[in-house]
Design a binder for this molecule. Sequence first.
Ligand code: MCN
Ligand code: SMO
Length: 786
Amino acid sequence: NADTHGRPGKPQGVGARVPRKEDARHLHGKGNFVADMAMPGLCEVAFLRSPLAHARIASVRVAEQIADKAFVRQAMADARDIVADSTLPSYQVSAQPPLASGKVRFVGEPVAMVFAPTRAEAEDYAELIEVDYDDLPVYPDVVSAQAAQGDFVHEEWRDNVFVTLNVDKQFDELAAQADVVVRRKIDLSRQCMVPMEGKAVLAYWDHQADQLVVVSATQVPHMIRSVLAQCLDLEQGRVRVVSPDVGGAFGYKCVLQQEELCVAWLAKTFKKPFRFIEDRREHLTAGANSREHHYEMVAYADRRGKLLALDAKITIDGGAYSVWPFTIGLEPGQAIGNLPGPYAFKGYRCVTRAVATNKPGFVPYRGVARTGVCFAIELTMDAIAREVGREPWEIRQENLVQGEQMPYVNVTGKHLDSGDYPASLQQAMDMIGVDAIRERQRQGEADGRLIGVGLATYTEQAAHGTSVFAAWGTPVIPGFDQATARVTPDGGLELRVGVHSHGQGMETTFAQIANEILGVDVASIKLLHGDTGQTPFSTGTYASRSLVMSGGAVSQACKRLLPRLTHIGAHLLQADPASVAWNGDRLEAGGKSVSVKDVADAWYLRPQLLPPDVDPSGLEVTVGYKPKVDTGCFTYATHAAVVAVDPGTGGVEILDYVVVEDCGTMINPMVVEGQTIGGVAQGIGTAFYEETPYDENGQPLASTLADYMLPGATEVPNMRLHHFETPSPHTEFGAKGMGEGGAIAPPAVLFNAVNDALRPLGAAELLRTPLSPTRVLAAIAQGSRQ
Ligand code: MCN
Ligand code: SMO
């Protein structure tokens, strides 16, 4: 196949640019999403949501007319609250009721639910519920929340702090040796994730299996089964969770959402089908938020800009509830551990705190805390370069962990496994042409705009093991996975995995892994995923773990099948098993050959042809896999950009964007590129557009896509991608996870580029996302006042 660029003999194997199998169904409108499903008697659910950010519920009156279809928390007495517990010592638990109980903690919190044959009717009914509230003091931000003396977001708590983490590694000793000290306050604003499809869940009772079936747009079907069984007091065997096609997930769908629990409760209680589809306004106002980190950075460096020690205070706005299963501990845990990024400094002091406020809960979002820490450390690197009067890439080259130091254990104990960080920086500098940009800046632009160049290097820890999640206080997450592989009667292959593909292309890439080992045509390989009734257990897809864990298990399962196929095949050929060899999906000996299909045919239909000592386990196996180490693998990349800033309007245009990334061996470079480009688009959103502002009463100010801005096709430039392929020493094929990486660096790169462009004007540095034209103009104005 000419357009796959596979290796000779393996045109569809590891490394081939196989077009995505899943695309045809989506491009032809044949996807199967929760909202597409029809079912006799299906009722749609609408939620009445809190109009206030923090208030006691004084009374609720439900009109007689809807008494049999409207529910408040008390009516769901047999359902338990969602409790995301953590083993972190300072952690305070925030039980999240499926519907608000006693008080409301953010605008948009569900207070009651109503069902009807259509959503419109259900919404009309919801208006027949009256709720009286008594105001409580509102904590719309981390400052007011930390100042509170009582009336905490969770009344039984000692203060409004979910969790505090500390680290101190040789800080005083190394900071004392510094020649320069650089201080910056750096902020990332709160934002949403805005997948094309919001939350979506349909639940019904399967009378034949006597089982609750929950069809949910989720990344983690088995986890949802566990928690729903727990909250609804059902045996796990009486709950089946199916995740069909999902229209983007990005972390938003890796946690239990309270609406999922409500709809599942309705189905369990009434033994009928119910569905909830989140609308855009609900997503933007009540859906979970992300990214809001506040940094106080103090960097201690020598005269040449070599970072000796870093002192950081990180405050994360955790919103009202800690989400299940990851908990809010994930965010400070990742932030404190990953802030040093790819750098080799040895002195580190950091306190990281997640604070409860009256906003929706904080959910993992593509890149998780690493987008925040990359922004903080990379803006600080540029600030150090300014301070010591050197180029930002020069000081980075000297501060990065060097290629010959690999593998390297950094200041926070991260096991950086392989690669050459300075080489990726050099490659990005060459591609973007830093010297030519400096020359162009000296010449000036004919149109009066100012150009600037920015870059950032980061590590993307992926496929973390059991101990890593345990250290973040979430002991339920293992560093392994299983896969089932079955040769089908017609010589195809069925793969079953517990992770979920919702755009990452696993239906193709996992088939390529199987093809690499068994030679079966990718078109004849089917991936079954996202159904607790059909796949091995898995905690699901997040943390860019699916390829390494489940892909590794697919590889192991196929390797386990191979000798069984060979044994039967050699018997069919009447050849000595030592003299046979596979060529694609054909087993050859002495000029004769049989195919995988011939072997399957013998196994399923002609047992008299099988060898007498045939393994009765047959052509199906379930095998687990775990990487050689538990510490995860570290993909890394350098992104660089050139921007043009219009000092009259504050408008910014991205003129060039390059990515040099290394995720070890690529299973499918085209999929890797698609993942990277999609991630960068989201990163551009964080950098320039996306923000969910709240007023002092905790009211969300962006509730439609007219005031919550997203980058469109015209805001995302064509980017140039370059790959290094340094195999991971720890994983199958040497592949590392990379699904989040694209979204990590863009805010850092683009802010550094804009700040570089504005330097000739003496403008104040821009240090807070998003970088709107108004903020650019304010920075210019502030500079001219000084
Ligand atoms: N891949 C590859 N070679 C590698 C690494 C990855 O070919 N060396 C391929 C994999 O086979 C897979 C894809 O790239 O097809 C991503 O793999 P991986 O890095 O294992 O990430 P996951 O499959 O676990 O996906 C999760 C990750 C996360 S955590 C978020 S958030 C995210 C992301 O992926 N959400 C996404 N990418 C997304 N892409 C889409 N379209 N939609 C989302 O919701
Ligand atoms: S935010 Mo991705 O689901 O880890």
